[in-house]
Design a protein around this ligand. Structure first.
Ligand SMILES: [Zn+2]
Length: 212
């Protein structure tokens, strides 16, 4: 399943999630262009994380091969790492002179998806993700408009937390926290600059949380 993805870790960041409309697309089900989960894609029981991440809710989880299941072990990896990342976040932003614009509770949703280009998968650039800012293959993506993190489903590898998955999760959590607290918006005047700056911090944050 190893497949070259552009970039190194995770990578994309999105804001423009508005639905593209047009004659060419009108004949296709409008729903399939919706980035967030369709009603039939939602988990019947959403998974709410714990502690400092009790505002983070997994609403969709599409399984594939071994290690991609929404198993208790996988959810535990996600939950513990989220709590740890949020705990590290405070000191991290302070060290880097970043300031929160507010302290409202962090409430984001998560979709766990196959990192393939199949219909409605993480790299379905034809329909579901046709409007995301990064038109490249990614392992993870944070959308400010939707307050959603989309991430690959290979959480476990041979029964253990996958190195790649952990990096992508921490990386996307940084973008989400940064956008939530208005840190992202304060980086620079233009989105292009903000994305670049936030990307640098997200990579440093990976190291701060996971080590080298
Ligand atoms: Zn990134």
């Amino acid at each position: 399943m190893a497949r070259a993805k552009t970039g190194t870790v995770a990578i994309a960041l999105g804001f423009a999630a508005s639905l593209v409309t047009g004659a060419a697309r009108a004949e296709l089900a409008a729903d399939s262009f919706t980035m967030t989960p369709l009603p039939e894609e939602l988990l019947s029981k959403p998974i709410t994380l714990s502690g400092a991440c009790d505002g983070v809710v997994v609403r969709e989880w599409r399984e594939g091969g071994a290690g991609t299941e929404a198993s208790p072990a996988a959810v535990r990896v996600m939950d513990r790492l989220c709590t740890h990342a949020v705990a590290v976040f405070d000191g991290f932003i302070e060290r880097h002179g970043l300031e929160r614009a507010h302290s409202l509770p962090f409430r984001w949703s998560v979709s766990v998806l196959p990192d393939e280009d199949c219909h409605r998968c993480l790299n379905d650039l034809t329909h579901r993700f046709s409007t995301r800012s990064a038109q490249i293959e990614v392992w993870g993506y944070a959308s400010l408009n939707d307050r959603f993190i989309f991430i690959l489903n290979q959480v476990l590898v041979s029964g253990r937390p996958g190195q790649l998955w952990q990096r992508v999760w921490v990386h996307e959590l940084f973008h989400a926290l940064s956008m939530h607290y208005g840190i992202f918006a304060s980086h620079a005047e233009t989105d292009a600059k903000r994305v670049k700056i936030d990307e640098r911090f997200a990579k440093k944050f990976e190291t701060a949380v996971l080590g080298k």
